[in-house]
Design a protein around this ligand. Structure first.
Ligand code: NAP
Ligand code: MG
Length: 495
């Protein structure tokens, strides 16, 4: 039971690994440089992290390529690869306390969420793809007598996975699961803010029996390590999760180098619509609150725009504001805490900058809007709700990535859909209505990769996840994720 563990005591005893993991061993960066890893709940430094540059990326890609060519993993019988992946998943779960602690210390996430959510989700993802390995078949094309045409999936080779800091381990595993299961080698670059769990699980993969060089981790900065991966001539594909701006860079890197495949899971400004015919406004208000305040709003599919019908606006906003007022930020290592820190001082400044922009553009601050728990040295923001937001305002268009809800009032379903679709993003959308026609109409008209009706933020490994428009392309999760890590080959056999 997570709440029986004294997390602060455990944290003091924790040994943190900050070196890169290349070719089956922890190594310092070639130039010997490191950068500070900060606990955003206290502002204190907790580790030195290897600052990988182009030379380190070269070494990691070369190790990954050698492993792929040796074939111990890429040509391993599916059943054997499956056993190693399953052991890898089991080891993640066995180290659940340690990994949850690393994640919480690293990004200020409530320990309860890391322990019950992130780490379990990471292990589940690896297990799910382990189970899928020997259940995905190729095809035989109809080519008539005298010819047999097989259509088979082949691993691409070396995959670069570049991931963000909001769910460091589970986002990484969304890439690692299908990439490794299909036989590729991987070089993983965690976000500069959140390298700790990625570095730890690299060793667990080796302990599970994964051959050296199959999984490499290069911590470092986007502009150096990330860019070197994007431009590398021997990387076959980049699987990226992060901002739209950096996603665009990866497409450019691909064009400037070897036309590597690019899969992009990018930002969002997801609309959460509440219609007047929703009979359970309490459930909707609860979902709207957790849809924007969960993980302190640092969620790609956060329901950051509430689009509410004017007939229920007053009473609905009251309910949401009540949820916001009851939720207070706390010590992430206290199992009772539900609202943790913002990931960095820079992100804190950015969130508070958007609050200021909202005020200046004339939106009405209904609750929150300020930094809290400053005495802790950490970066915390109170749950914030703006009313009277107009669709063109910055807080209605730009991704804030903090616990800030922008409420827009509309008149009827058509206006709700039009406002919902009026951003560059298309990651996810939600709608609350009792009318089946409205629900069906909206779910088709909303331009988003995921639509939730009378629920929000639901998901499982069985359903794909990813965006429309500038929220990216390609899908994580489900068997469709294999498309990012494999190519089809047609083999014609005359007989
Ligand atoms: P980010 O700045 O785009 O960073 C993502 C990754 O790209 C990090 O590893 C980063 O390294 C690297 N990077 C940054 N600049 C780079 C460059 N010039 N060249 C190559 N790589 C570079 O995003 P973030 O701030 O970490 O995360 C927040 C964003 O991720 C939000 O926009 C959010 O919506 C999105 N997100 C999307 C999903 C999804 O599934 N759609 C899920 C989670 C998050 P550094 O850390 O060193 O900058
Ligand atoms: Mg970044």
């Amino acid at each position: 039971m997570s709440d029986l563990i004294d997390w602060h005591r455990r944290a003091e005893a924790l040994r943190i690994e900050g070196r890169a993991y290349i070719d089956g061993a922890y190594v310092a960066a070639i130039a010997g440089e490191t950068f500070d890893c900060i606990n955003p709940a206290t502002g204190a430094k907790i580790a030195d992290i290897a600052s990988c540059k182009a030379a380190d990326v070269d070494a990691a890609v070369a190790a990954a390529r050698r492993a792929f060519e040796r074939g111990e993993w890429s040509r391993m019988a599916p059943l054997d690869r499956k056993k190693i992946m399953a052991r890898f998943s089991a080891l993640i779960l066995e180290h659940r306390e340690e990994l949850a602690l690393l994640e919480s210390l690293n990004v200020g996430k409530p320990i309860t969420n890391a322990f019950n959510g992130d780490i379990v989700s990471a292990a589940t993802t690896i297990q799910w793809y382990a189970e899928a390995i020997d259940k995905v078949y190729g095809e035989v094309a109809p080519s008539g007598h005298g010819m047999t045409t097989m259509v088979i999936r082949e691993a691409l080779g070396v995959i670069a996975a570049v991931v963000p800091w909001n769910y460091p381990l589970s986002m990484a595993c969304w890439k690692l699961g299908p990439a490794l299961a299909s036989g590729n080698s991987v070089v993983l670059k965690p976000a500069e803010q959140s390298p700790l769990t990625a570095l730890r699980i690299a060793q667990l993969a080796t302990d599970a029996g994964m051959p050296k060089g199959v999984l490499n981790v290069v911590p470092g900065f986007g502009e150096t390590a990330g860019k070197a991966l994007g431009l590398h001539m021997d990387v076959d594909a980049v699987a990226f999760t992060g901002s739209t701006a950096v996603g665009k860079l990866f497409m450019q890197y691909a064009g400037q180098s070897n036309i590597k495949r690019v899969g992009l899971e990018l930002g969002g400004k997801s609309p959460h619509i509440v219609m007047a015919d929703c009979s359970d406004l309490d459930a909707a208000a609860q979902a709207v609150a957790s849809g924007i305040f969960g993980n302190a709003g640092q969620v790609c599919n956060a329901g950051s725009r509430l689009i509410v019908d004017k007939a229920v606006r007053e009473k609905f906003l009251e309910k949401v504001v009540e949820h916001a007022s009851k939720l207070s930020a706390g010590d992430p290592l206290d199992p009772a805490t539900r609202l943790g820190a913002i990931v960095s001082a820079q992100q804190l400044e950015s969130v508070l900058g958007y609050v200021e922009a909202g005020r200046q553009e004339g939106a009405k601050l209904l609750v929150g809007g300020q930094r809290v728990r400053q005495e802790s040295g950490g970066y915390f923001v109170a749950p914030t709700v703006f009313g009277d937001v107009l669709p063109g305002m910055r807080i209605a268009q730009e991704e804030i990535f903090g616990p800030v809800l922008s409420a827009i009032t509309v008149n009827g379903l058509e206006e709700a859909i039009a406002v919902a679709n009026n951003t560059q993003y298309g990651l996810a959308a939600g709608i609350w209505t009792d009318n089946v026609k409205s629900a069906m109409h909206a779910s088709r008209a909303l331009r988003a990769g995921v639509v939730w009706v009378n629920c929000f933020d639901r998901g499982s490994m069985a359903a794909p996840f990813g965006g429309f428009k500038q929220s990216g392309f390609g899908r994580d999760k489900s068997l469709h994720a294999f498309d990012k890590y494999t190519d089809w080959k047609s083999i014609w056999i005359a007989h």
